[in-house]
Design a protein around this ligand. Structure first.
Ligand code: ADP
Ligand code: MG
Length: 589
């Protein structure tokens, strides 16, 4: 093929691919525009996961009639004049790419009225072609409707996930924005249902309550740094002009205590000058602040805004503007880590299990992380090298015969073995037992199903519905039967037989939440993950008093499992203190 210049339309579609990957990208760009326009209230409405329709309405400054057509031209922006401005950005947008990109791959209708103009304008653009433009009465603000996304690039359609999954991405995005801009009121209507609304009080905490629920929000620790002096070399250059009165860096927001975690980093949200970014440096900085207090494979919940002079960060790294480059990454790392750590140690001093000799780390016993010091305590020289085998014999994976002595805090079982003392987490132990039983039944295809006498209607959140769709077959294979009822409601007809005793609806919801919250690092197949979620909802909970007989039975069953020392989620089922440790701790040798 000879070299030739691509037709404009094709070039536009190719360029759009960088910015618009999925429906959530459209929503992100439109939100950015509304925020840049000074909106106070932003309403997002979506149908068919955003592929059929996305509508974003704001009460911002609007676009002057004379500029409406220009707004759809490539590289047309009102936010940037010169290259210098790139390093003094106060807006979320600046590349002038969003509107033309969206219009290249979908049908767009924009209605807008600028603050000082008496009439508004409507413009319709389809696959980069303006098909209508007229004046009309409209409230101040901008109202963008995007229909038939990827109609003009059908190949992209194949990459879209189920509508509920795409809608879930949009919900995640709006949640993040509600946290980053607590002074704004965001609402999200999905397929005619209002699924989210932020209060717009200006307090991040109030947004947290809406996003994560008040139970989680109440436990979160507030992080608030005083203004750190920015390294001298990074002081704003006089020639770049009107900087933030702040020359320093401020970190503010919330992080979860070590006891409140998630299986993925999905809920670690970082904002840089209120812009939601994906940044591994920031993730690491916070995770480091927890030291070893986080369980293996778990991540905290985080919503942190890092505010710094605009010239200390480069946003023009990627077309989606979701990555940033800091001028002094290590300074940012240090400050974020220190601030998070201060919050952790002042709000939640962690009682340290400070034993002198940790076991050597071993894959199937993350339990032993507990033997290292908690973040409040500095590690002594003896614990500094966890890889040194202090003990001649590492405890075998299999359990010896244990004698149950009792239960403490209605949560842990104390038992004695030939080589020392065992403290067993009853919930984790029961999860392990159930998991192996269910996996065995599953292998023999003998998981028993129990029909419900009265089918139970159950309304799901978007995320739960997405999980249900993704794991439909796996759910059926472990004994769930249900039918869709529309409007995010299902009718539950049968459940795994073991589940009869519990509340089957609550159990299914718990399972879907668990599935949605991410991959469990230790499990491979979707079914194994599902089964471990089932076990979690079935297992005896902490805080439940058990009889001696029940405890003995549980321990007897645990002894028969293949991996008695961890629960199916990879958490420890027990802590062991062997004779040598006891002797050493008591100064007997
Ligand atoms: P950018 O945001 O990078 O400038 P866009 O293509 O997203 O580029 O938008 C082009 C221009 O259209 C913006 O610079 C802005 O002037 C105008 N605009 C877009 N959306 C809105 C809106 N919701 N309210 C007011 N003006 C808008
Ligand atoms: Mg924009």
């Amino acid at each position: 093929m000879p070299i030739h210049i691509l037709p404009d339309e094709l070039a536009a579609q190719i360029a759009a691919g960088e910015v618009i990957e999925r429906p959530a990208s459209v929503v992100k760009e439109l939100l950015d525009n509304s925020i840049d326009a000074g909106a106070r209230e932003i309403k997002v409405e979506v149908r068919g996961g955003g592929q059929r329709l996305i509508r974003v309405a704001d009460d911002g400054g609007g676009i002057p009639a004379a500029e409406v057509v220009t707004a759809f031209a490539r590289h047309a922006t009102s936010k940037l004049d010169s290259a210098d401005d790139l390093f003094n950005l106060r807006t979320l947008g600046f590349r002038g790419e969003a509107l033309p990109s969206i219009a290249a791959v979908a049908r767009v209708t924009l209605i807008t009225r600028a603050r000082d103009e008496p009439t508004g304008t409507q413009i319709r653009v389809e696959g980069s072609r303006i098909v209508e433009q007229r004046a009309l009465g409209a409230p101040q603000g901008t109202f963008v409707t995007v229909e038939d996304l990827f109609r003009y690039v059908p190949a992209r359609l194949k990459f879209l996930k189920a509508p509920a999954t795409e809608a879930g991405h949009i919900a995640d995005l709006i949640h993040a924005y509600a946290l980053a801009f607590p002074q704004l009121r965001f609402s999200f209507v999905n397929d005619d249902r209002l699924v989210f609304q932020s209060p717009g009080t200006g307090k991040m905490f109030d947004a947290l309550v809406k996003v994560f629920g008040s139970q989680v929000a109440q436990q979160m620790l507030e992080v608030s740094s005083s203004e750190f002096q920015w390294p001298r070399s990074l002081h704003p250059q006089p020639e770049t002009g009107n900087l933030n009165p702040a020359t320093g860096i401020r970190v503010a927001g919330f992080i979860s205590p070590p006891s409140l975690t998630r299986p993925t980093r999905k809920h670690m949200l970082f904002f840089v000058n209120h812009r939601w970014v994906q940044d591994r440096t920031l993730q690491h900085a916070v995770i480091e602040a927890y030291h070893t207090a986080l369980m293996v494979g778990r991540a905290p919940i985080v919503a942190l805004d890092i505010v710094l002079p605009p010239n200390a960060v480069d946003v023009n790294v990627h077309p989606t503007k979701s990555q940033v480059r800091f001028r002094d990454t290590s300074a940012v790392f240090r400050i974020v880590q220190q601030t998070a750590r201060t919050a952790l140690t002042t709000h939640a001093p962690i009682p340290s299990v400070h034993l002198a000799a940790p076991f050597p780390p071993r894959a199937e016993t993350p339990a032993l992380e507990l033997y290292r010091s908690a973040p409040t305590a500095e590690r002594g020289p003896a614990t500094a090298e966890p890889s040194t085998p202090h003990l001649p014999n590492y405890p075998p994976a299999q359990l010896p015969m244990l004698r149950v002595l009792g239960q403490i805090l209605s949560t842990y079982i104390i038992a004695e073995g030939p080589d020392g003392l065992y403290l067993i987490d009853q919930h984790a132990a029961h999860e392990r037992v159930l998991y192996e039983q269910l996996m065995a039944e599953r292998a023999r295809a003998t998981i028993a199903t129990q029909e419900l006498l009265d089918p139970l209607p159950l309304q799901l959140t978007l995320a739960q519905q997405a999980a249900l769709e993704t794991h439909r077959d796996a759910l059926a294979s472990v004994g769930f039967r249900f039918e869709e009822f529309g409007n995010q409601t299902i009718l539950l007809r049968a459940v795994p037989a073991r589940m009869q005793a519990s509340d089957p609806r609550a159990a299914l919801v718990a399972i879907l939440d668990e599935m949605e919250q991410g991959e469990e690092p230790l499990e491979k197949s979707a079914e194994a993950r599902l089964i471990s979620s089932v076990c979690k909802s079935l297992a005896v909970k902490g805080g439940q008093t058990l009889s001696l007989e029940e405890m003995r039975e549980l321990i007897r069953q645990l002894e028969q499992t293949t991996a008695p020392r961890t629960c199916p989620h990879g958490r420890p089922t027990m802590i062991q203190l062997n004779l040598a440790q006891l002797a050493r701790e008591f100064g007997r040798k």
